[in-house]
Ligand binder design. Structure first.
Ligand SMILES: Nc1ncnc2c1ncn2[C@@H]1O[C@H](COP(=O)(O)OP(=O)(O)OP(=O)(O)O)[C@@H](O)[C@H]1O
Ligand SMILES: [Mg+2]
Length: 364
């Protein structure tokens, strides 16, 4: 069941004489109980979409539905939304208890009920022992839990999180993202989580939407987005990717044949694509390239090994290939015998692993 539905949502900001289209016909749904991540570079419109959902910004077009209700007609305080912002925004002069109790007090719940709910939610976020402290006496991760408790204590229908881990150090980030997912699933609250950190999004999302310049470029599960990017932007934004210029030789029935490096490779065309130009881009993940010494045969690309890094589970080779300025990254499960920094090497790949883009859109 879709819980939250965005239909052609549009938001335009006017500052002086400049018009910024922050959201350009954004449409997607979030399902009940889902943890949905919005991911994209700075300025792409993530916070604006959260603010529109919360009713803090007016739409310039489109609609947001909660179930069958038109959300846009409901004032912010009646939308039943819990929000956590990047900078926690706890009240510094209040104890943790009073911070968390605050949303219940303004809703005039009986004192006993408030007490029960505050203790219950602090148990859920894993901090039952700090109720009498002030926020300044807590670590960053603990403050973040309190902010989450305060957002959840009145049992909102929707939880909106805007870069909730941005202020934490790298190790705590990794720990807290798992905690947020645990708490979200236990509270069974439909959640929209905004981040520009792709690892964070991939790690916790049920599904995610990748945004660029006010447009949602792809929606899918983390593995769909990683394995099957719909366009060059998503391919380059998520995970590591090598891009190579290539040329179309022909298309035979449902197969596309491209010239890439010194080879010709063929791959099944995606259905529904008719327009072709000469120039295309071939993209390959580091784990989909293979490297071997140039003495042991021909490959698609020739180059010189610049860096060899042992990264635990795999070995990364950075290779300068001829005719190209950038370094190609290749991940091998183990070190290749007889291949060291400074050596000539060749690269090859299985054409089933290559992604082909024409004018930025995926064609094979
Ligand atoms: N109140 C405003 N007035 C004018 N322009 C705004 C306003 N709020 C946002 N914008 C513009 O709208 C665009 C989207 O901004 P938004 O804050 O939604 O980006 P974001 O994806 O959250 O970025 P970040 O990752 O940096 O937080 C940006 O170009 C921004 O400059
Ligand atoms: Mg933002």
């Amino acid at each position: 069941m879709p819980d939250l539905r965005y239909e052609r949502v549009r938001k335009v900001f006017h500052t002086r004489n400049v018009e910024v289209v922050a959201l350009n016909d954004v449409s997607f749904v979030i399902f009940e109980g889902e943890l949905f991540c919005l991911l994209g570079p700075s300025g792409c419109g993530k916070t604006t979409l959260l603010r529109c959902t919360a009713g803090l910004e007016r739409l310039d077009g489109g609609r947001i539905y909660y179930g069958d209700t038109d959300f846009t007609a409901i004032p912010p305080f009646r939308r039943g939304i819990g929000m956590v912002f990047q900078n926690y925004a706890l009240y510094p002069h209040m104890t943790v208890y009073d911070n968390v109790a605050y949303p219940l007090r303004i809703r005039k719940l009986p004192r006993g009920e408030i007490d029960r709910r505050v203790r219950e939610i602090m148990e859920l976020v894993g901090l039952p022992g700090v109720l009498r402290r002030n926020p300044s006496e807590l670590s960053g991760g603990q403050q973040q839990r309190v902010a989450l408790a305060r957002a959840l204590v009145y049992r909102p229908r929707l939880l909106l999180l805007d870069e909730p881990l941005a202020n934490l150090d790298a190790k705590l980030k990794v720990y807290m993202r798992t905690e947020i997912r645990r708490i979200q699933k236990q509270a069974k609250v439909t959640t929209l989580y905004v981040t520009h950190d792709q690892q964070e999004a991939m790690a916790i999302a049920d599904r995610l939407g990748v945004m660029e310049g006010g447009v949602v470029r792809q929606i899918g599960t983390p593995s769909e987005i990683y394995d099957d990017p719909a366009n060059e932007f998503v391919a380059g934004f998520i995970g590591e990717m090598n891009f190579f210029p290539a040329r179309i030789i022909s298309w035979e029935g449902d197969k596309l044949v491209v010239a890439v490096g010194a080879a010709q490779k063929r791959k099944a065309l995606r259905a529904g694509i008719k327009a072709f130009g000469d120039e295309v881009t071939v993209a390959l993940r580091p784990e989909h390239l293979r490297i071997f010494p140039s003495t042991s045969g021909e490959g698609v690309f020739k180059g010189k090994v610049r860096v060899v890094q042992f990264l635990g589970k795999f070995v990364r080779y950075q290779v300068a290939i001829s005719g190209d300025a950038g370094l190609v990254e290749v991940d091998m499960p183990a070190a290749v015998p007889g291949l060291q920094e400074g050596d000539e090497a060749v690269l090859d790949f299985d054409p089933r692993d290559m992604l082909v883009f024409y004018a930025g859109e995926r064609v094979a």
